[in-house]
Ligand binder design. Sequence first.
Ligand SMILES: *Cc1c(COP(=O)(O)O)cnc(C)c1O
Length: 355
Amino acid sequence: MDADRFFRPAIAAIAGYTPGEQPQIPGLIKLNTNESPYPPSPRVQEALTGADWERLNRYPDPLASSVRAAAAALVGGRPEQILACNGSDDSLTILVRSFVDDGGVMACLDPSYSLYPVLAELQGAECRRIALGKDFSFPPDLAALAGNASLLVLCRPNAPTGNVMPLEYVARACRAFAGIVVVDEAYADFAADNCAALVPQYPNLVLTRTLSKGYALAGLRLGYVYADAGLIAGLVKVKDSYNVNTLTQVLGTAALRDQDWLRQTVAKVRATRERVGNALRALGATVAPSQANFLFVRPPAPLAAAAYAQALREERILLRYFPGPRTGEHVRVTMGTEPEMDAFLAASARLFAKP
Ligand SMILES: *Cc1c(COP(=O)(O)O)cnc(C)c1O
């Protein structure tokens, strides 16, 4: 059957987003989707044990008040400035539906998170891709390049490159660009700083955060938006009525409140990132400076990135490879546990040394 003819043309025309693989193979070293290799805070387990299962007969709190309060305390804002979501992908969907018209224009950097153009296409909008410079540097005249777009989405630290635009660069974009500036802070937990202090200064600035990476809760599905209270009130109209389930609200609140755990875990991931980056450089690879929980790595010639990823895959080490003119020369490597990274480095050393 030709199912496409039933769909809106915008949907029939696109391939859709390709998520990283989630194979269930025992012994696999999974360095392909930027999850945490560590279990989440023990406070999450306590909250799960203490959760009131009988309460599941009722719908959840539509605004996830406990998540809102915990997130507001973290960013230094008010609960009315927080929208809890079913992961950052839900936040981004709500933002695009709210601020990008059918037939409209949204702008993002390239390379960046590959979901952004897909969300624009689903909306029936154009996605204007603004190319990063040499060595993935950020273009100086960003607002001019974004032009008449109604929404500009940035990713800080950027994925899959790992580099970070200066805070002043974001502030300048907020001043010069007439529409909404979204900064996707999925990896901000691993970075030296974040954009939270800019939100009170710029009413068109919207931050998205997630518990999937730093908090080791990719399976829970929780993220939040931080912005002006008026914008949040508008976004509430667009979200699903009960977009964050009851258990996620309970467990996510416990995780957000355990900042000691977050600090300790992030310190481990950062130490791994420095060690692995230095080791790869010593082996001859080119490694972009990263403030995230992954490295963007170009293997030494003559080894091609796709062949490198494939050879590691045969050794049950999974990386993420993005084909394409610029990304295709690199692989993205999530930081795993220390033993996992030792295995990855040993295999890389062997592959780099082959004639
Ligand atoms: C992982 C990731 C997300 C999605 O996070 P979820 O909360 O798991 O949906 C959003 N943006 C970027 C840049 C990411 O890498």
